[in-house]
Design a protein. Structure first.
Length: 800
């Protein structure tokens, strides 16, 4: 209880002075007015949390925006605005009249007016952030029913309701994106063809239009007062958007950002100095790679290329030879700074006039007008060069040449493209090479690469036998309590517990019992006390580089938001001076490695269940959690087993930190033919397919109960040394018996066995584009889809 009291009394203290301000804006009568000037002029809500009034526009000190904002946070985030398209000059005035709110400029010309029903008698700024005009006892107008780009708790959006983005972070004119609850009940995000209202095909759909047979159509978008954002269907069922919001003393908002991403944010109400708006989830997951869009320019405007950066927000960049239409508007599209005239070919060889810049894995999927196939890259270049329509040629998959015309639309970086864009540029008046872009391009590709270090992970659990978790139940209850209490220093923006270094030093008895050694450092056994003692595994990351240290909290947020029964739970962390540690739940049944390769071969059914568990965990990381996580180090030492032999993936989400650590280089993994996908050595982009590869290897190990590489087979049996090769040979010869040895359980279940082997062979295809994604893997494992005959995993290598 002591726990609960501290923050409560704290927040009371916090609120008291605010009540004193209440008389200001709680209840306004007709005639009240505000003037736009350098002085603060606003009406506060009774608690003082929200303010209505004038805000000076950043880029122009003499222009003002009539807005509603959070008044008690330093950045005073704006949640509603009236005159985005018509900024108000200094000394403009907003007045509460019986006809509603009226905004006029100093010459009394009307800039904006609330369209009101009935005669207004009073107005008030509420503590929910809603500005309400009353007509006697009914509502004549409210800002909640006339939203701009943000929706707040206790606000709803009816059918045909729209959120409209602003033009840029600081320009509140109507922007290029719109969120709408359509008449049919579907919630969609779409680009708008400004200055008209026409929207293009949606780039996100909730799929709640209902089909009258199995599902009921959406009726309202509801942001309820506990922070849940969901679509209420006609039959009262809820379709929840995104993940559960944190409970406690937080502000919540969901905003259609100016770049088209609809993001749910939260931040602690209490000010500790370094809190910020933390994105909890966003729609769509990847705004750049939208396969459905066919019309419109795409997120970045015409001729531009979209790349996803932090918090799943897009950035846009012009290819070389192109420059921004509006140098101040990164998202406004690009223009070519030359035009190729078709008559030019008569002026001499086109080769002298034009050349190509290459961008890897870049595509404008909706701009092609011709496909040449089969075709060589040289042929492709020649063909585009000679063709005055051709602005870009995409050469992909080894034999396809797609010719594209201007304007190029929906440009994006797509790591799965397996190809390159040849961008036609004019020689002479454009620089031959634009190193920044090529360099940047390379960086983007390398980004998810977790070089090296991939190797050790949490093999520490290997030797481990149990210590009992007597009060697990007690812990869970405790955890729940902890979650509700927003203690300033105990949590990052997630629900993770923050430990002091001293505390963990005590918990591990001075880092006494070592469980194992991983890529960064050592893992120790510990016991933390949260009312009762629970065993934990404490991972020390003391060798992080400076860059990685900066990323630490970001990554924690990602990991802290994961929640799946096939993942090891992160309970807390320590970020204290020089020390960075992670505190995981402790699983006492050891690693998959010790389970599979121990003395006794474990049962077939158990093994199948484990394989499914791992597959589901990976599917979650790849597709279902808020931020896509590529594990990059799937291997049996990184799979732990809980009391019920459920597979639990550990060490996920650390890949980013490892990649920042320059001391781990590619060479460190070279030569270890094991779980590492060949993509790593080929300088191919690292995608989820590297995990699929590792999963394939792991699946074979689970089937055969042997390691992927048997180092100590000498002389006699070397052809079996590499499990993937051997398995493919056995599969081709139809001799699955050889593969599983004396495992009668497996042989009795031949159908499943055969299927599992086929899936594994698909997963270990050397060509990443041939490998299935985890969703398909699971469908194939379950037998709900037919599995095609897998090709040889390494078509290019010479077989002896
Ligand atoms: C606001 O003021 C008006 C006029 O003084 C009064 O009639 C009304 O009851 C007040 N409303 C509230 C909520 O105090
Ligand atoms: C304006 O507001 C700021 C911060 O809320 C305050 O420090 C300042 O004194 C105010 N200025 C006037 C003229 O009220
Ligand atoms: C104005 O600019 C400052 C710094 O340039 C920035 O921190 C602030 O958020 C901007 N304000 C608005 C309303 O955009
Ligand atoms: C905001 O952007 C629009 C569209 O580009 C432009 O017309 C307007 O002048 C901008 N407003 C401000 C205040 O910069
Ligand atoms: C908000 O919605 C959630 C999820 O449906 C529900 O659990 C909660 O009780 C609701 N809160 C309120 C205040 O209605
Ligand atoms: C073409 O664009 C580049 C930037 O992309 C610029 O540096 C170059 O000067 C431009 N050339 C012409 C002729 O406008
Ligand atoms: C290796 C190991 O610790 N196995 C244990 C896994 O969990 C079951 C059930 O709790 C125990 O019976 C095993 O001994």
């Amino acid at each position: 209880m002591a726990f609960a009291l501290v923050p409560l009394s704290f927040s009371l203290l916090f609120l008291l002075p605010s009540f004193a301000l209440a008389q200001n804006g709680g209840n306004l009568t007709v005639g009240a007015s505000l003037t736009a000037s350098d002085q603060n002029s606003s009406w506060l809500s009774p608690s003082g949390e929200f303010a209505f009034g004038f805000r000076q526009l950043n880029n122009s000190v003499d222009l003002f925006l009539l807005a509603i904002w959070y008044d008690q946070i330093p950045d005073k985030t704006i949640v509603w605005y009236a005159n985005g398209d018509d900024p108000a000059p200094k000394n403009s005035k907003v007045e509460l009249t019986d006809g509603g709110l009226v905004l006029t400029d100093p010459r009394r010309a009307e800039l904006w007016r609330s369209v009101t029903t009935g005669a207004v008698t009073s107005g008030a700024m509420t503590d929910a952030g809603n500005f309400v005009l009353q007509d006697g006892h009914s509502v004549a107008w409210e800002s909640f029913k006339n939203p701009t780009d943000t929706i707040l708790p206790s606000q709803t959006l009816d059918r045909q309701g729209v959120l409209s983005s602003r033009y840029s972070d600081t320009n509140f004119s109507r922007g290029r994106f719109q969120l709408k609850l359509q008449e049919d009940g579907n919630l969609v995000l779409a680009t708008v063809n400004l200055p008209s209202d026409h929207t293009n095909e949606p780039y996100y759909e909730s799929g709640t239009e209902g089909d009258s047979i199995s599902s009921s159509p959406g009726y309202q978008l509801i942001f309820n007062s506990s922070g849940y954002l969901y679509i209420l269907r006609e039959n009262r069922q809820k379709f929840t958007l995104g993940v559960e919001p944190p409970t406690g003393n937080f502000y919540h908002r969901a905003t259609l950002n100016f770049d088209g991403v609809f993001t749910y944010y939260y931040r602690p109400k209490a000010s500790t100095g370094n809190e910020r708006w933390t994105p909890l989830w966003n729609k769509p997951i990847n705004i750049c790679q939208n396969s459905r869009v066919t019309a419109g320019s795409g997120v970045c405007g015409f001729n531009s290329v979209c790349t996803l950066v932090q918090d799943q927000r897009p950035t846009c960049e012009c290819p070389s030879g192109y420059s921004l239409f509006d140098p101040n508007d990164q998202y406004g599209g690009c223009k070519a700074n030359f035009t190729q005239r078709c008559e030019e070919s008569e002026m001499g060889p086109v080769e002298d006039l034009y050349g190509f810049e290459v961008l890897l894995n870049t595509d404008w999927p909706t701009s092609d007008y011709a496909l040449l196939q089969p075709f060589t890259e040289d042929g492709c270049r020649q063909s585009c060069l000679q063709d005055c329509m051709c602005a870009v040629a995409i050469f992909r998959s080894g034999d396809m040449c797609w010719k594209k015309k201007l304007p190029l639309s929906n440009g994006r970086v797509d790591p799965n493209l397996d190809g390159k864009a040849l961008i036609k540029v004019r020689r002479g008046d454009v620089p031959r090479i634009k190193p920044e872009i090529l360099e940047k391009e390379k960086k983007n590709r390398d980004d998810p690469v977790v070089v090296g270090a991939v190797l050790l992970g949490c093999s520490m659990f290997a030797n481990l036998l149990l210590v009992s978790a007597i009060c697990l139940g007690c812990f869970l209850i405790r955890q729940k309590k902890l979650k509700r209490i927003p203690q300033q220093d105990s949590f990052v923006e997630t629900n993770l517990r923050c430990f002091g270094f001293k505390e963990l030093e005590e918990a591990t008895d001075g880092f006494k019992e070592e469980l194992g050694r991983g890529a960064f450092g050592i893992v120790y056994k510990g016991v933390i006390n949260v009312g009762c003692s629970i065993p934990v595994a404490v991972k020390r990351l003391d060798t992080l580089t400076r860059d990685a240290m900066k990323e630490f909290r970001t990554e924690l947020n990602v990991i802290g938001q994961t929640h799946h029964k096939n993942l090891v739970r992160l309970l807390g962390f320590c970020d204290d001076g020089e020390h960075r540690l992670l505190v995981y739940e402790f699983l006492r049944n050891g690693t998959l490695s010790s389970f599979l390769f121990g003395d006794k071969k474990p049962g077939w059914i158990k093994r199948i269940q484990i394989a499914f568990g791992i597959a589901r965990g990976l599917l979650y990381l790849h597709e279902e959690c808020n931020t896509q996580i590529i594990h990059c180090d799937i291997k049996p030492q990184n799979i732990l087993l809980d009391d019920c032999y459920n597979a639990r993936i550990c060490d996920f989400g650390l890949a980013k930190l490892l990649s920042l650590d320059q001391s781990y280089t590619l060479t460190a993994i070279r030569g270890t033919k094991g779980y590492v996908a060949p993509d790593w050595f080929r300088n191919l982009p690292i995608t989820v397919k590297v995990d699929v590869y590792s999963f394939g290897v792991l699946l074979l190990e689970i089937i055969c109960c042997r390691r992927s590489v048997e180092m100590d087979i000498e002389g006699t049996n070397t052809e079996n040394a590499i499990l993937t090769d051997w398995a493919y040979d056995c599969y081709c010869e139809g001799s699955l018996d050889t593969l599983v040895g004396q495992d009668t359980d497996a042989l009795d279940d031949r159908e499943n066995l055969q299927r599992f082997v086929m899936v594994a062979i698909w997963c270990v295809q050397e060509d990443p584009s041939l490998r299935p994604v985890m969703k398909q893997v699971i469908q194939m494992l379950e037998g709900v889809v037919e599995i095609p005959i897998p090709p040889c995993p390494c078509p290019f290598s010479v077989t002896t």
